[in-house]
Design a protein around this ligand. Structure first.
Ligand code: HPA
Length: 281
């Protein structure tokens, strides 16, 4: 473990030890994407640590991302006996500095404190006519369109990570059954990772459709690769904020991403809350 990660682990573990709450080591971590701040506000936290206090954690550079690690024991108003979990509010992206491993320290830290499952959320454009702004899509697989990997420079055989069934089928099943019970329409599909920060051209979207993509975005995939490299189980949800380029009259913008993400906050909050309540690894 490198020194930065060891220091981050120390800081988090001493927050757990200092908190008066009787909590266990967290097993689940959630990374919140654009527009999911309201979920963070609904948590009963036992500690909140700014990324600036955690060496190697990035300063998120995009509006809608706060940059805090939250240790939580419940969602307000819910009874979650003994479930401690970590929420990373805010991420950094490859397109900010051209570093695909910008989330390596946070993810290594989560694995080192004992998180065995990582649930990622993001905002994405939809290639599915049936999933418009405000829809939620369970990511069942991804296509890495960037040609880069957060594992560039790693050595040893562990770097040859098995990415078959990267999105854990039994966790997906759990989300689908929660969605059914809670009457939430949960789409499923393949997420294509584009580097950004520019949105796609219409031709790029046609190409992505031909390749088998159902949604497109600029995040998540490097974190999934890092988490799999650390032996974590992964699930991911996309909030659809727009139809992909060429599919609607509305020009794409980041403002639209932030605005439309709010349409799905309630469903995502319900999905995450029940997932945490029922979590069994
Ligand atoms: N493309 C890429 N990233 C996105 C989009 C999109 O259409 N919407 C939200 N994030």
């Amino acid at each position: 473990m490198n020194a930065q990660i060891a220091r981050c682990v120390d800081i988090i573990q001493s927050e757990i030890a200092d908190s008066s709450a009787d909590i266990q080591a967290p097993k689940v971590a959630i990374i919140l994407g654009s527009g999911l701040g309201p979920f963070a506000d609904a948590l009963e936290t036992v500690a909140e640590i700014s990324y600036s206090e955690l060496p190697g954690f990035p300063e998120p550079g995009v509006g809608g991302h706060a940059g805090r690690l939250l240790l939580a024991k419940s969602v307000k108003g819910e009874n979650m006996d003994g479930a401690t979990f970590v929420v990373l509010q805010g991420r950094a992206h490859y397109y900010e500095k051209g570093e695909a491993d910008v989330m390596a320290v946070p993810i290594h830290t989560l694995a080192a404190i004992g998180c065995e499952t990582l649930v990622l959320t993001n905002a994405a454009g939809s290639l599915l006519t049936e999933a418009g702004p405000g829809a939620v899509m369970l990511i069942t697989d991804h296509i890495n369109m960037t040609g880069v990997s957060p594992l560039f420079g790693e050595t040893g055989n562990q770097r040859f990570v098995n990415m078959g069934d990267a999105y854990e089928p039994f966790l997906n099943q759990q989300f689908l059954s929660i969605a059914e019970k809670q009457n939430i329409e949960l789409h499923q599909g393949v997420y294509a990772w584009m580097s950004g920060p520019q949105f796609e051209t219409n031709a790029e979207i046609r190409a992505l459709r031909t390749l088998g993509s159902d949604a497109v975005g600029m995040s998540t995939v490097p974190e999934v690769i890092l988490a799999k490299h650390q032996g974590m189980k992964v699930a991911a949800l996309s909030i659809i904020t727009n139809y992909a380029a060429g599919m609607s009259e509305t020009p794409l913008s980041h403002e639209q991403t932030i605005d439309k993400a709010a349409l799905a906050t309630k469903s995502v909050k319900t999905l995450l809350t029940h997932f945490l309540k029922e979590y069994q690894a």
